[in-house]
Design a protein around this ligand. Structure first.
Ligand SMILES: *Cc1c(COP(=O)(O)O)cnc(C)c1O
Length: 412
């Protein structure tokens, strides 16, 4: 053990002992020899997921078969899990439904909203944000004869005008970790009567969300990041109750029909959020997601955010002292950031690979960003102590600078 690790571990263990959420850590799989700081990209596996999946496979699918749609409540899973998520985002149970991916849900919301705004000319979103948002918005704009304006963050609000159909924003920036002030953006957009669609992918399950209080009307969010729903877990959609009936689903599938088993030729949308379902939901994935969401059942989200703040301060303090070569990109003001910390370095790619080779799993975002996700339910202060000590050693010895760490990969 290095001298540095000995010192920082002492402090870290004291912080872990005082942590009111400490007991949640054992509810998630902890592979030995791994410090996992990438739960903002793929959440850790809840231990309960194993028995949930075993039951889904060994009983529900194999024995109960098609009867499970009724007997095991498969048919209600999208609404049931949506209702559980609603508490975490400050919404009502009938305002959230789980369906499809974030990308598809953005398509559904943007298309439905733009359809109701025939005199508008453009969709506005942020330049350099998570690309799926811009890609989907560009497809919707093409299909509806609109333009898409991708605007730098600092100029966004100046671009809003009466010709804007909708503003699409990612609440927490995937790269920098910068967070919009949702309430004030909503107020500013409302002054121009512009609806805002919020992408909560990097917020839900970590960052404070008060959709009602902040006057939010539309949002989507991700199941496999801080909600720990498993790889490719279904996503969710939120529409405030007073906006639901006005939206016509652009993908009119039978599962979004008011009576799917009436097998009518004519489409009749389900009341409320049900209309945002399209085809048969992926039950195995939904049940895995539910096991992740259920871990939050008794959690005070204020404590979650408090822990994220403490983890951030601990990490950033240690990094400034022991790894000053890496420059913090994430705003330090807690109201202006999410739950990951990003550092820039021209050597971020090989440094990240050298870290992974030593069991410290963060991630890299092109061209020069190292990200460390702080997932309050299972990240410990000790994890951070280990990560910084290893990083310090890599940087002081220069061992990250080897050809094997410069090899490219398909997924980063
Ligand atoms: C992770 C993420 C997504 C994921 O989209 P999928 O369609 O579910 O793959 C979307 N938007 C943002 C901002 C994200 O961070």
């Amino acid at each position: 053990m290095t001298a540095l690790l000995t010192t920082v571990l002492k402090e870290a263990r004291a912080l872990d002992r005082e942590d009111p959420l400490q007991h949640f850590r054992e509810r998630f799989e902890q592979p030995s020899g791994i410090v996992y700081l990438d739960g903002n990209s793929l959440g850790a596996m809840p231990c309960a997921a194993k028995s949930v999946m075993a039951d889904a496979v060994n009983r529900q699918w194999s024995k109960d078969l098609i009867r499970s749609w009724n007997d095991n409540q498969w048919i209600n899973a999208p609404k049931r899990i949506g209702a559980k998520i609603s508490r975490l985002v400050g919404a009502d149970p009938d305002e959230v439904i789980v369906a499809d991916s974030v990308s598809v849900n953005i398509f559904k919301l943007l298309s439905a909203i733009c359809r109701n705004r025939p005199n508008s000319k453009r969709i506005i979103s942020e330049a350099g944000s998570f690309p799926t948002d811009a890609h989907v918005a560009s497809g919707v704009a093409d299909a509806m004869g609109l333009t898409l304006d991708l605007v730098p963050r600092s100029e966004l609000l100046d671009h809003l005008d009466h010709q804007t159909a909708v503003l699409l924003l990612s609440h927490v920036h995937y790269k920098s970790g910068a967070r919009f002030d949702m309430a004030s953006v909503n107020v500013e957009a409302a002054r121009h009567e512009i609806p805002v669609v919020w992408d909560l992918s990097h917020s839900t399950g970590a960052v404070p969300l008060h959709l009602h209080e902040d006057q939010t009307q539309y949002a989507v969010g991700c199941g496999y990041k801080y909600l720990n729903g498993g790889p490719g877990a279904p996503a969710f959609i939120f529409v405030r109750s007073d906006r639901q009936e006005a939206l016509q689903a652009p993908l009119q599938g039978w599962m979004g029909h008011s009576a799917p088993f009436a097998f009518d030729d004519a489409y009749q949308p389900a009341a409320g959020m049900g209309r945002f379902l399209v085809g048969t939901p992926p039950i195995l994935s939904l049940l895995a997601l539910e096991s992740g969401v259920d871990e939050f059942a008794d959690v005070d989200m204020k404590q979650v955010w408090q822990k994220s703040r403490s983890l951030f301060q601990f990490l950033v303090g240690l990094m400034a002292k022991h790894c000053p070569q890496l420059k913090l990109m994430t705003p330090t003001d807690e109201c202006q950031r999410g739950s990951h910390a990003s550092f820039s370095s021209p050597d971020a790619w090989p440094i990240n690979n050298a870290l992974i080779a030593r069991g410290i799993i963060g991630d890299f975002r092109t061209p020069d960003v190292l990200r460390f996700g702080l997932t309050p339910l299972y990240t410990g202060f000790e994890d951070i102590a280990h990560a910084v000590a290893v990083l310090n050693e890599l940087l002081t010895t220069g061992v990250w600078n080897q050809p094997e760490y410069r090899k490219s990969a398909v997924v980063t």
